[in-house]
Write a protein that binds this ligand. Structure first.
Ligand SMILES: Nc1ncnc2c1ncn2[C@@H]1O[C@H](COP(=O)(O)OP(=O)(O)OP(=O)(O)O)[C@@H](O)[C@H]1O
Ligand SMILES: [Mg+2]
Length: 274
């Protein structure tokens, strides 16, 4: 997609625009106008090819996210429809994501340990969401934007908690398997769908911290394994024997507990990092 739809140009009157992501079903733009800097998300359906089936939900995702952000009380949120699907405009959050912030910890022979304050700020952003009665459903390192004052948890398209109007809603079918809790993987394998939960978010945060801090996935499976094989490895509990250094070690191990009831709550995670 090389151009923004008229409805977006009308709303933001951009003086600068840059497409930062363009993949199946979704494009994201960084757009600057008189009123500030915004992220613009455009969704459209994925058409069937010989390699994958058609998917409609990507068209609905931006409006679903927009409606949730609005319900959560975020400011400067708008969303609506365009010819091919839905869109949203949301404030731009400046800063690197969790994976980038900890890049130096992962480099060969590095003695730099992951900073606990960064982990705490990520936990605080998830705590704010859980406190409002929502589960994120798509926790991953790229969704934590480490800003100068606070960390922002972005991409609420798959969140569950309050009501979402029927025309904007679609079933939850899991997330990136690296960050998917065993009970979610099991449900997706059995029925094709699952229910996001705070406990599964905790697992996702644990897996995101582990991968960003050490470079290792929580669960062992080959890089090129098909999605169903990855999920089966998660269900089989093939936890890789790698932990984070320092205070984060035990805490992240607990967050990655197989049984959801054994994981700490997000408030306990924040408290452990104070
Ligand atoms: N509000 C924002 N502020 C700053 N950057 C953003 C914002 N929203 C999105 N981005 C950037 O765009 C990228 C993709 O955004 P997002 O994850 O919301 O889209 P997506 O289509 O759901 O992608 P994915 O399938 O990877 O989850 C983010 O990783 C981030 O780099
Ligand atoms: Mg995303």
């Amino acid at each position: 997609m090389s151009e923004l739809p008229i409805v977006i140009l009308d709303a933001v009157a951009p003086t600068k625009q840059r497409c930062i992501l363009n993949r199946r079903g979704s494009t994201v733009w960084e757009v600057e106008g008189d009123r500030g800097k915004f992220a613009v998300k455009l969704g459209y359906p994925i058409e069937a090819t010989s390699e994958w089936a058609a998917q409609e939900w990507t068209a609905l995702a931006p409006a679903r996210e927009g409606a949730i952000l609005y319900r959560l009380g975020a400011s400067y949120i708008t969303y609506g429809d365009w010819e091919r699907g839905t869109w949203n405009i949301q404030p731009w959050h400046e800063g690197p994501d969790l994976y980038h912030v900890w890049a130096t910890c992962r480099s060969e022979g590095s003695e730099i340990e992951p900073h606990e304050g960064v982990a705490r700020s990520c936990a605080e952003s998830l705590a704010a969401l859980h406190a409002q009665g929502w589960a994120h459903g798509d926790v991953q390192p790229a969704h934590f934007i480490i800003g100068p004052e606070k960390t922002h948890l972005i991409d609420l398209a798959l969140a569950h908690g309050g009501a979402v109007s029927e025309g904007r809603d679609f079933p939850y079918r899991g997330c990136l398997v690296h960050y998917e809790a065993p009970e979610i993987s099991a449900s997706v394998l059995a029925t094709g769908e699952a229910e996001p939960s705070p406990e599964a978010d905790i697992y996702g945060l644990g897996a995101a911290l582990l991968i960003s801090g050490t470079g290792w996935r929580a669960v062992e499976y080959p890089d090129d394994a098909p999605r169903a094989v990855q999920r089966q490895a998660v269900v089989d509990g093939k936890r890789r024997e790698v932990s984070m250094p320092g205070k984060l070690g035990h805490l992240v191990d607990d967050m990655l507990s197989y049984n959801p009831a054994d994981r700490p709550t997000i408030d306990e995670v924040v408290a452990a990092l104070l």
